[in-house]
Design a protein around this ligand. Structure first.
Ligand code: SAH
Length: 349
């Protein structure tokens, strides 16, 4: 099959074989890419028209007990200044976000056990009590089933936990021995079973990644059937063991976004901050490749610099209102618009 035929087949069947995904990723030329993005937009607009959902990201702690080699807030990075927002500071970010039209709040952080299970539960309850029309998303890493269940019972709606890579040998090159591939994957199945809307995902161009591994990622996602898929380029962080590794590219990330849109027509697909970091129009191009979500930062400006998963992260100096306006303008410049909505997966609430 030619690459154009692979794209046609993917649009029709929403899945390819492993070898076909590999062939598509490795051989797509300029004209194929344009065909892919055009189809991805058609499929995206079938479910979402020109709407773009926003998620307010609150990076509430950069303490972390883990030492993922790619990450700037891993525990052995002593160059990072640590911070932890108080519950009232987090709630202030939520209030500001609500006024700005956000209806989803993502509480993200390192795996910081200082924040107890109950502390986080109380925060979820308080946000839901104040704003019953909003969704609360958690992104605080791997926990046990009972903890995920407790937070769900407190009112959490969604959970983001990128699987990072679906290939065990690759996982073990990106993480120290005390982190287990099986545990991370099990967490995702636990979250789904409990009833969360689940987001998985991976970095594009992470160290040691091969095209075969990318195909494994897509086929793993096909099995998991997450509601959201977060992908962004790997960006080296200067104080990490991967400081001198090459980063993921705009081209490769856009290609994967297009392939994911055709493979998962209804999925929530963010154009990530990492994509906006490697190219000034990265997020716009991401939307034009099939993405339908953006996740601007609502964290207090004073801490944004410290939540450095990777170098040169954008928007660290802007107030939340500025970020919101800036994104509105960016989306309008390409004919799309931000909507005030929880932005649930179609058919779920
Ligand atoms: N502690 C949470 C949140 C992790 S940060 C968890 O474990 O899920 C969110 C995501 O940022 C990670 O899942 C990872 O895919 C991404 N990330 C971390 N370091 C990065 C880097 N150097 N470049 C690009 N993305 C990175």
């Amino acid at each position: 099959m030619t690459v154009a035929e692979l794209i046609e087949t993917l649009q029709k069947n929403t899945v390819l074989t492993k070898d076909e995904y590999i062939a598509l990723i490795e051989n797509a030329q300029e004209a194929d890419r344009n065909l892919l993005f055009e189809k991805a937009r058609t499929v995206r607009e079938q479910y979402y028209q020109k709407d773009v959902y926003i998620r307010g990201l609150i990076e509430f702690t950069n303490y972390c007990k883990n030492n993922c080699y790619y990450c700037g807030i891993r525990c052995q990075n002593h160059a990072v200044e640590r911070y932890r927002l108080l519950p009232d500071e987090i709630l202030a970010c939520v209030e500001e976000g609500y006024e700005l039209g956000f209806r989803t709040f993502v509480l993200q952080g390192g795996e910081d056990l200082q924040y107890s299970v109950k502390d986080i539960g109380r925060l979820i309850c308080e946000i839901k009590k104040r704003h019953s029309d909003c969704a609360v998303t958690l992104s605080v890493g791997e926990r046990e089933h009972n903890v995920y269940q407790y937070w769900f019972d407190c009112g959490a709606d969604r959970y983001l936990l990128r699987h990072e890579t679906a290939t065990k040998e690759h996982y073990e090159k990106l993480h120290p021995d005390d982190l287990s591939f099986e545990h991370r994957i099990n967490c995702l199945y636990d979250l789904k079973e409990i009833g969360y809307q689940v987001g998985a995902g991976f970095m594009v161009g992470s160290p040691y990644q091969t095209t075969e591994y990318l195909a494994n990622d897509i086929l793993f996602l096909k099995k998991l059937q997450p509601h959201m898929i977060g992908i962004g380029p790997f960006i080296p962080q200067k104080d990490s063991p991967f400081a001198n590794m090459p980063g993921g590219t705009l081209e490769q990330t856009l290609l994967l976004l297009g392939i994911l849109r055709l493979s998962f027509p209804k999925v929530l697909l963010p154009a990530t901050t990492a994509l906006g970091t490697i190219h000034p129009q990265g997020r716009e191009q991401g939307i034009l490749a099939g993405a339908n979500v953006v996740m601007p930062n609502l964290s207090p400006v004073g801490v944004r610099e410290k939540y450095q998963l990777y170098d040169n992260k954008i928007c660290t100096g802007d107030e939340s209102a500025q970020c919101r306006q800036c994104l509105e303008n960016r989306m309008q410049s390409i004919g799309y618009h931000i909507v005030v909505s929880r932005g649930d997966y179609p058919g779920i609430k």
